[in-house]
Design a protein around this ligand. Structure first.
Ligand SMILES: [Zn+2]
Length: 105
């Protein structure tokens, strides 16, 4: 029996595509959103929620483009209500304002 003399196995970093800018990034650099059973979507902070998921960059720009342009809803095959959209945009603002210090709203 021959053993494959493979060198140190290459650890592949899982990569995902941002639905807003279509850039491929390491999964941990993106934020996962999952479709919820009763419609709409929510932020998956653990990254382990079950269900159809989509990813967005951790930047306000992509966040808003994905939500407002309907790309996120489309990719999750769900409909985003105004309330849901507002709630997620607000979440984004709270999440990203720390990383973009110096930017006053
Ligand atoms: Zn992006």
């Amino acid at each position: 029996m021959s053993i494959n003399p493979s060198p140190v196995s290459i650890r592949r970093i899982p990569q995902r595509t941002c639905v807003a800018c279509r850039k491929v990034k390491a999964k941990r650099e993106l934020i996962r959103l999952v479709r919820v059973a009763d419609g709409g979507m929510e932020v998956d902070t653990s990254g382990k929620k079950a269900g159809r998921g989509a990813y967005l960059c951790r930047v306000q720009e992509c966040w808003e483009a994905g939500l407002k342009g309907g790309r996120l809803a489309h990719s999750l095959r769900t409909t985003l209500t105004e309330d849901n959209q507002e709630q997620l945009i607000r979440h984004g603002k709270e999440t990203f304002k720390e990383s973009v210090s110096g930017k006053v709203r």
